[in-house]
Design a protein around this ligand. Structure first.
Ligand SMILES: CC(C)(COP(=O)(O)OP(=O)(O)OC[C@H]1O[C@@H](n2cnc3c(N)ncnc32)[C@H](O)[C@@H]1OP(=O)(O)O)[C@@H](O)C(=O)NCCC(=O)NCCS
Length: 163
Protein backbone atom coordinates (compact mmCIF):
# COMPACT_ATOMS: atom_id res chain seq x y z
CA UNK A 1 0.00 0.00 0.00
CA UNK A 2 1.23 3.47 -0.95
CA UNK A 3 0.32 6.40 1.30
CA UNK A 4 1.20 10.10 1.32
CA UNK A 5 1.68 12.23 4.40
CA UNK A 6 2.77 15.86 4.71
CA UNK A 7 6.54 15.95 5.13
CA UNK A 8 7.19 16.54 8.83
CA UNK A 9 10.39 17.70 10.51
CA UNK A 10 11.39 14.23 11.67
CA UNK A 11 11.81 13.28 8.01
CA UNK A 12 13.73 16.38 6.85
CA UNK A 13 17.00 14.46 7.36
CA UNK A 14 15.84 11.57 5.19
CA UNK A 15 14.58 13.93 2.49
CA UNK A 16 17.87 15.87 2.61
CA UNK A 17 19.82 12.62 2.18
CA UNK A 18 17.74 11.62 -0.84
CA UNK A 19 18.00 15.04 -2.45
CA UNK A 20 21.77 15.13 -1.89
CA UNK A 21 22.29 11.94 -3.93
CA UNK A 22 23.70 12.87 -7.33
CA UNK A 23 21.91 10.01 -9.13
CA UNK A 24 18.67 11.64 -7.96
CA UNK A 25 19.34 15.38 -8.00
CA UNK A 26 20.99 15.37 -11.44
CA UNK A 27 17.44 15.13 -12.88
CA UNK A 28 15.92 17.94 -10.83
CA UNK A 29 15.61 21.70 -11.26
CA UNK A 30 18.87 23.61 -10.83
CA UNK A 31 17.74 24.62 -7.35
CA UNK A 32 18.48 21.05 -6.15
CA UNK A 33 20.91 19.80 -8.76
CA UNK A 34 24.47 18.83 -7.82
CA UNK A 35 24.36 20.07 -4.24
CA UNK A 36 24.44 18.76 -0.72
CA UNK A 37 21.11 19.55 0.91
CA UNK A 38 20.95 20.23 4.65
CA UNK A 39 17.79 19.34 6.57
CA UNK A 40 17.41 23.06 7.39
CA UNK A 41 17.02 23.82 3.69
CA UNK A 42 14.17 21.32 3.50
CA UNK A 43 12.58 23.17 6.42
CA UNK A 44 12.81 26.46 4.53
CA UNK A 45 11.33 24.89 1.39
CA UNK A 46 8.48 23.30 3.38
CA UNK A 47 7.56 26.66 4.95
CA UNK A 48 7.30 28.30 1.52
CA UNK A 49 3.56 28.59 0.77
CA UNK A 50 4.14 27.84 -2.89
CA UNK A 51 5.42 24.36 -2.02
CA UNK A 52 3.77 21.23 -0.65
CA UNK A 53 5.96 18.25 0.20
CA UNK A 54 4.69 14.74 0.90
CA UNK A 55 6.54 11.73 2.19
CA UNK A 56 5.67 8.57 0.26
CA UNK A 57 5.35 5.44 2.35
CA UNK A 58 5.28 2.00 0.77
CA UNK A 59 4.13 -0.73 3.17
CA UNK A 60 4.78 1.81 5.94
CA UNK A 61 8.39 2.50 4.92
CA UNK A 62 9.56 5.95 3.76
CA UNK A 63 10.37 5.44 0.08
CA UNK A 64 10.34 8.84 -1.64
CA UNK A 65 8.87 12.30 -2.02
CA UNK A 66 6.19 13.86 -4.16
CA UNK A 67 5.74 17.62 -4.16
CA UNK A 68 4.02 20.62 -5.60
CA UNK A 69 6.05 23.74 -6.37
CA UNK A 70 5.25 27.17 -7.80
CA UNK A 71 1.66 26.80 -6.62
CA UNK A 72 -0.26 29.86 -7.74
CA UNK A 73 -3.67 29.82 -6.03
CA UNK A 74 -4.95 32.70 -8.19
CA UNK A 75 -4.24 31.01 -11.50
CA UNK A 76 -4.90 27.62 -9.81
CA UNK A 77 -1.78 26.02 -11.27
CA UNK A 78 1.18 24.17 -9.77
CA UNK A 79 4.19 22.16 -10.82
CA UNK A 80 4.54 18.56 -9.66
CA UNK A 81 7.83 16.76 -9.02
CA UNK A 82 8.97 13.62 -7.26
CA UNK A 83 11.86 11.38 -6.30
CA UNK A 84 12.14 7.76 -5.35
CA UNK A 85 14.58 7.95 -2.45
CA UNK A 86 15.20 4.33 -1.57
CA UNK A 87 16.62 2.16 -4.36
CA UNK A 88 14.90 -0.95 -2.97
CA UNK A 89 11.53 0.56 -3.99
CA UNK A 90 12.54 0.97 -7.66
CA UNK A 91 10.76 -0.85 -10.45
CA UNK A 92 7.51 -1.17 -8.52
CA UNK A 93 5.57 1.84 -9.69
CA UNK A 94 5.59 3.30 -6.17
CA UNK A 95 6.17 6.86 -7.29
CA UNK A 96 3.68 6.56 -10.15
CA UNK A 97 1.03 5.57 -7.61
CA UNK A 98 2.08 8.44 -5.33
CA UNK A 99 1.87 10.92 -8.21
CA UNK A 100 -1.66 9.71 -9.01
CA UNK A 101 -2.61 10.29 -5.37
CA UNK A 102 -1.09 13.78 -5.33
CA UNK A 103 -2.92 14.66 -8.56
CA UNK A 104 -6.22 13.65 -6.94
CA UNK A 105 -5.40 15.67 -3.85
CA UNK A 106 -4.46 18.72 -5.90
CA UNK A 107 -7.73 18.68 -7.84
CA UNK A 108 -10.01 17.72 -4.96
CA UNK A 109 -8.50 19.49 -1.93
CA UNK A 110 -6.28 22.28 -3.21
CA UNK A 111 -8.61 23.76 -5.81
CA UNK A 112 -5.96 23.39 -8.50
CA UNK A 113 -7.15 23.35 -12.12
CA UNK A 114 -3.91 22.58 -13.94
CA UNK A 115 -0.76 20.69 -13.07
CA UNK A 116 2.42 20.62 -15.04
CA UNK A 117 5.79 18.94 -14.86
CA UNK A 118 8.96 19.12 -16.87
CA UNK A 119 11.61 16.52 -17.49
CA UNK A 120 15.03 16.53 -19.05
CA UNK A 121 14.63 15.08 -22.51
CA UNK A 122 16.51 11.89 -21.60
CA UNK A 123 14.72 11.20 -18.30
CA UNK A 124 12.84 8.18 -19.63
CA UNK A 125 11.78 6.87 -16.22
CA UNK A 126 10.21 10.15 -15.28
CA UNK A 127 8.44 10.34 -18.63
CA UNK A 128 6.87 6.94 -17.90
CA UNK A 129 5.75 8.07 -14.46
CA UNK A 130 3.98 11.08 -15.97
CA UNK A 131 2.44 9.16 -18.85
CA UNK A 132 1.15 6.45 -16.53
CA UNK A 133 -0.31 9.11 -14.27
CA UNK A 134 -2.25 10.59 -17.21
CA UNK A 135 -0.10 13.61 -18.12
CA UNK A 136 0.23 14.63 -21.74
CA UNK A 137 3.23 16.14 -23.45
CA UNK A 138 2.60 19.86 -23.78
CA UNK A 139 5.71 21.10 -25.54
CA UNK A 140 9.44 21.44 -25.58
CA UNK A 141 11.71 24.24 -24.46
CA UNK A 142 14.82 23.76 -26.51
CA UNK A 143 18.25 23.92 -24.85
CA UNK A 144 16.67 25.00 -21.57
CA UNK A 145 18.45 22.76 -19.07
CA UNK A 146 21.80 21.12 -18.41
CA UNK A 147 22.57 17.45 -17.87
CA UNK A 148 26.03 15.87 -17.75
CA UNK A 149 27.70 19.00 -19.13
CA UNK A 150 25.33 19.14 -22.09
CA UNK A 151 22.68 21.74 -22.87
CA UNK A 152 19.48 19.78 -23.59
CA UNK A 153 15.74 20.30 -23.94
CA UNK A 154 13.08 20.47 -21.27
CA UNK A 155 9.89 18.59 -22.11
CA UNK A 156 6.75 19.89 -20.45
CA UNK A 157 3.71 17.80 -19.53
CA UNK A 158 0.34 18.89 -18.24
CA UNK A 159 -2.86 17.55 -16.77
CA UNK A 160 -6.03 19.49 -16.08
CA UNK A 161 -8.91 18.78 -13.74
CA UNK A 162 -11.09 18.35 -16.83
CA UNK A 163 -8.85 15.55 -18.14
C1 LIG B 1 11.67 9.11 -11.91
C2 LIG B 1 11.60 8.18 -10.70
C3 LIG B 1 10.82 8.85 -9.58
C4 LIG B 1 10.88 6.91 -11.16
O1 LIG B 1 10.74 6.07 -10.05
P1 LIG B 1 11.10 4.55 -10.20
O2 LIG B 1 10.96 3.89 -8.90
O3 LIG B 1 12.44 4.48 -10.88
O4 LIG B 1 9.93 4.08 -11.11
P2 LIG B 1 9.78 2.68 -11.78
O5 LIG B 1 10.96 1.80 -11.47
O6 LIG B 1 8.45 2.22 -11.38
O7 LIG B 1 9.87 3.04 -13.31
C5 LIG B 1 9.01 3.98 -13.88
C6 LIG B 1 8.81 3.60 -15.31
O8 LIG B 1 10.03 3.79 -16.03
C7 LIG B 1 10.36 2.58 -16.72
N1 LIG B 1 11.82 2.50 -16.74
C8 LIG B 1 12.61 2.08 -15.75
N2 LIG B 1 13.90 2.18 -16.16
C9 LIG B 1 13.87 2.68 -17.41
C10 LIG B 1 14.87 3.03 -18.35
N3 LIG B 1 16.16 2.91 -18.07
N4 LIG B 1 14.47 3.53 -19.55
C11 LIG B 1 13.18 3.67 -19.84
N5 LIG B 1 12.18 3.39 -18.98
C12 LIG B 1 12.54 2.89 -17.78
C13 LIG B 1 9.72 1.49 -15.93
O9 LIG B 1 9.49 0.35 -16.72
C14 LIG B 1 8.43 2.15 -15.51
O10 LIG B 1 7.53 2.17 -16.58
P3 LIG B 1 6.17 1.32 -16.48
O11 LIG B 1 5.40 1.97 -15.35
O12 LIG B 1 5.53 1.53 -17.81
O13 LIG B 1 6.59 -0.09 -16.17
C15 LIG B 1 13.01 7.79 -10.16
O14 LIG B 1 13.72 7.15 -11.18
C16 LIG B 1 13.78 8.96 -9.62
O15 LIG B 1 13.68 9.32 -8.46
N6 LIG B 1 14.61 9.59 -10.49
C17 LIG B 1 15.43 10.72 -10.08
C18 LIG B 1 14.59 11.95 -9.83
C19 LIG B 1 13.71 12.32 -11.01
O16 LIG B 1 14.03 12.08 -12.15
N7 LIG B 1 12.59 12.95 -10.68
C20 LIG B 1 11.67 13.47 -11.67
C21 LIG B 1 12.09 14.83 -12.07
S1 LIG B 1 10.98 15.47 -13.30
Amino acid sequence: MIALEPLASEHFGTAAKWLSASDINQWLTSEWRGRMVEPALIGIAVRNKRNRFFLVRCEGEPSGLVALADWDPIDKVAMIWYVRGEPSFGGRGVITDAVVQLVRLAFSEFDIEALYAWIMEDNHRSRRVLERAGFREAGRLRSATRHEERQIDRIYFDLTRQD
